[in-house]
Design a protein around this ligand. Structure first.
Ligand code: COA
Length: 164
């Protein structure tokens, strides 16, 4: 754990974090393709996990202060997490987060979540929520969220597709 440092986002991190995101979401998009078939997949997600590149850029442009980075002992980014604050209902949201599996470090996700929780609490949030998929592609995320102490709130929605 001591090899992992959590720090604020810096603009020069962006390309590296975009690469981490695109790679981390590949298995998730592969599983989606398997579940809904290639034709529908190509229509719904024409760029596959590449779409994460733009999502992360938009987040970094709009709310860079709500983006944190995990770096290894050499100062290389190995993961990131983003979050939202809602001052009205005092519910914080953990959003896009991803880890570079090839770093070989264990507990990067947990270190990021602990810092997100700390920041949310400092901002007056009383609850933190996170949304994830129920498919096999999201299994590592579900495991990590349970490990971090989240309680599943039940199945709130499911997406159906029908070919017309
Ligand atoms: C979700 C995600 C960010 C979680 O990150 P992570 O680093 O894998 O999560 P954790 O820190 O909980 O666990 C990683 C490993 O470290 C271990 N670990 C956790 N805390 C630890 C600690 N304090 N010390 C040592 N090891 C620890 C875990 O047991 C786990 O080991 P395993 O891979 O052998 O099972 C990552 O799986 C990912 O990038 N997934 C793809 C993108 C994604 O799904 N994002 C979320 C969308 S909703």
């Amino acid at each position: 754990m001591s090899e992992i440092t959590i720090r604020p986002f810096k603009p020069e991190d962006l390309p590296r974090l975009q690469d981490i995101a695109v790679r981390a979401w590949i298995p998730i998009y592969e599983e989606r393709k398997r579940l809904i078939g290639e034709v529908l997949f190509n229509q719904l997600f024409p760029t596959g996990s590449e779409c994460k590149r733009e999502q992360i850029r938009a987040f970094a442009d709009q709310t860079p202060e709500h983006m944190i980075v995990a770096e290894d002992g050499e100062g290389c980014p190995v993961g990131f997490a983003t979050f939202y604050i809602n001052q009205e209902n005092r519910i914080g949201t953990l959003c896009n987060n991803a880890v570079d599996k090839t770093s070989g470090l264990k507990g990067v996700g947990q270190a990021l979540y602990a810092e997100v929780f700390r920041r949310l609490k400092a901002a007056g949030m009383e609850v933190v929520q996170v949304n994830t998929g129920l498919d096999d592609g999201h299994a590592p995320a579900r495991r990590a969220y349970i490990r971090a102490g989240f309680d599943p709130a039940g199945i709130e929605s499911v997406t159906y597709y029908k070919k017309l």
